[in-house]
Design a protein around this ligand. Structure first.
Ligand code: TXA
Ligand code: MG
Length: 329
């Protein structure tokens, strides 16, 4: 079981070591306790999905100390700055356009061109962000489909054997998650109600902000409403060989695989073949998934052949994403 440590300078430096090594931290925030990992480390982020038992890669919120940090990887319009100024630090998450070639793992954003950013107000969360000097990806620290945690003990009950260290700093004052506002279109709208009300946001902007309307025909969870990353060329799953003209996304050993009518897979040029994990490490595969799919998504290829990925642990989430990528064609 993970130790619960009262938040102080010693436990913060312990937490920084865990984060530097790609581990998971139970982190207090003013909304709910978060399950935090280094947002620039794909393997660490992959652990979040497995720990929560999330069947799919919903994009995660990136936590930073202030707007200047956020500007390192997101584009702010004037209106976005008005919202940030009014509500940060605090329980508001802004969905913004990502800057190109930023340091975030593609897994954090589920391969989307946008990113969710929050500047927490909680003193302990801020002390951790200041000490680790990295953006932290953090969903609520609970198993998927169960109640969000508002104390360190809740985190321990739910994920005690999955996190490396839990920082305890009282009870989360907001107790429900941040309000998520999508700022990527012409009009901002609320994807998830939360710590900041629609009225507060409307007051600041001087006009009414709408909720994203959900009906029986569309799905309630904002995560499911998203268009996930899908390559522009067809994706073929469970490939046991490669057709001529296809690119290959492999996993583990490719010793016995061939290119139809051509010879060994090992002769494919590197632009045409990426291996998610030569050692068949599912965490490494999850961390590489979006960036490798992207690298192979070229009009020169007829499609992407993807080898079978074991449907266990984080592999279930990888397969969920691959199925979506394959379906869209
Ligand atoms: O209060 C909170 O926001 C907590 C604490 C720990 O900070 N975190 C939290 O994270 O609730 P999470 O991952 O459970 O919720 C993220 C929400 C999801 O509804 C997700 O679909 C949405 O934000 N989201 C994240 N990135 C998005 C994106 N690029 N576009 C649209 N929605 C996004
Ligand atoms: Mg949650």
């Amino acid at each position: 079981m993970a130790t619960i440590k009262t938040l102080n300078s010693q436990s913060i430096s312990d937490a920084v070591s865990v984060l530097d090594q790609g581990g998971l931290i139970g982190m207090p925030t003013e909304t709910v306790y978060g399950l935090a990992a280094d947002a620039t480390n794909g393997k660490a982020v992959a652990k979040i999905f497995e720990a929560k038992g999330r069947p799919q890669f919903n994009p995660l919120i990136v936590h930073v100390l202030d707007i200047d940090k956020a500007k390192e990887f997101a584009e702010f319009t004037e209106q976005d700055e008005v919202l940030a100024e009014a509500f940060w630090p605090g329980p508001l998450t802004l969905i913004l356009k990502q800057k190109e070639d930023n340091c975030l793992s593609d897994l954090v954003t589920a391969g989307l061109p946008t990113v969710a950013i929050r500047v927490p107000a909680h003193k302990g969360a801020r002390a951790l962000l200041e000490a680790c000097k990295k953006p932290l990806a953090a969903p609520s620290a609970n198993i998927s489909g169960t109640l969000s945690p508002t104390s360190a003990v809740h985190v321990s009950e739910s994920l005690g054997n999955k996190v490396d260290l839990i920082l305890a700093d009282g009870v989360a004052t907001v107790g429900l998650e941040s309000t998520v506002v999508d700022c990527t279109g012409d009009e901002p709208y609320i994807l998830r109600p939360g710590g900041i009300t629609a009225e507060e946001i409307s007051d600041v902007l001087g006009r009414d902000v709408q909720y994203f309307e959900t009906t029986d025909d569309n799905i309630k969870s904002p995560g499911q409403l998203l268009k996930h990353y899908a390559p522009s060329i067809p994706v073929r799953l469970n490939a046991i060989d490669v057709q001529e003209g296809e690119a290959l996304l492999s996993f583990g050993s490719t010793k016995f695989m061939g290119v139809k009518g051509k010879g060994a897979v090992s002769e494919l040029p590197t632009e045409q073949h990426k291996n998610l994990s030569e050692n068949a490490d599912l965490y490494e595969a999850a961390a590489n998934l979006f960036s490798m799919l992207r690298a192979l998504d070229k009009p020169d290829f007829k499609g992407i052949a993807v080898m079978n990925i074991p449907d266990q642990g984080i592999g279930v989430a990888i397969n969920d994403r691959l199925k979506r990528a394959a379906q869209s064609k």
